[in-house]
Design a protein around this ligand. Sequence first.
Ligand code: S3P
Length: 448
Amino acid sequence: MAQPFVLLPTEDSHQTLQIQPPSTGLGLRGRIRVPGDKSISHRALMLGAIASGETTIEGLLLGEDPLSTAACFRAMGAEISELNSERVRVKGIGLQNLQEPIDVLNAGNSGTTIRLMMGLLAGQRDRFFCVTGDESLRSRPMARVIQPLSQMGAEIRGRQGNTRAPLAISGRSLQPIRYVSPIASAQVKSSILLAGLTCEGQTTVVEPALSRDHSERMFQAFGAKLTVNPEEISVTVEGPAELTGQAVVVPGDISSAAFWLVAGAIVPDSDLLIENVGVNPTRTGILEALQQMEAQITLENERIVAGEPVADLRVRSSNLQAIEIGGSLIPRLIDEVPILAVAAAFAKGTTIIRDAEELRVKESDRIAVMASELGRMGATISERPDGLEITGGAALQGATVDSYTDHRIAMSLAIAALQAKGQTQIQRAEAAAVSYPDFVPTLQQLLG
Ligand code: S3P
């Protein structure tokens, strides 16, 4: 019998994931765990590095993105023990004590690393920093962070009129601001709040819709003075902050669990339990959207772990129905739109996703790439300027598709391939390791 999953190295040092789903008895059953939450992992490393005393991190994501964060902060003097998912120790060096690195800091593929770090570096007086990233990151917009930080007095220069990395940052004393952000972005919000920690007085960020609030929760846990105003959707920090190292426990990443939620819903005869998943309400838009599609998903064993809500998620095979989504739900499921598009390809009716133009500036243009690659597999899918329109029900056929080096695209296409007829080849599939290094072994375990 043909191997259901094979990773084939290619001449240009990428990997192609070949998927040949078994023709019968595919049902996905059993219990699985997903790796640690990416957003929380970055924040735990960063706050640990700038706090006083020791921070311990249980359940850190060992994906390439948090590894980039750890490497950058080590280069600036933070002592971070060997990285593992059991217990990492970070010896903090204080909020204003990051050392000037002797070389360029490399954020790799990680928007969270570069944007959050910029907020911190801007306020490191009399030190100079250069920050860059991979080809994808160097093409992503940085003005959304550079502009508000400049209003605080930051001196940041970059390519293309100070909008793209590589960036040069000359640390300065910053002044607090009240910033009304035009986009609901946790990276923008967190970057300004991190800068706000270093200056004297109150820094406020107002958002058009609530983005993930992991920074707010962790700032409070580390002892920062922070207030949230839900009426105007704003958050205020008071600096200069005194942060103290904490014991952080990172829950499983709901963005990684989303692949299995959709797989369990679209593959017949499935019944999967995904244990220990973070269900922070600013992240559970995907559960609401899938439940609205009539996916059979239940939350079990709901609890609070180190300040974040956690649950086990059970999913069973479902008859999905199309939905229309937009507005304030979008920031609560922004990273899950690619896999939601796969669910929509198996739902009855036409799904419309609006107000999601931010997807065009993620690790790839996720609107264009999902439309083209899912289209290659036979899905009825078209681009809108601000989202996607997908009519479910067309039988998918195995095809050669490309991840465009985007981790979430690689994994979304792999889940679509489970329900496609014949063989699918996903080019540059190694991108999955950015957020989910064990994605392919978990697929193998489920089919084993
Ligand atoms: C993240 C925020 C989101 C998200 C990204 C992680 C974070 O980006 O897409 O994967 O950890 O703050 P934006 O802030 O650009 O929406």
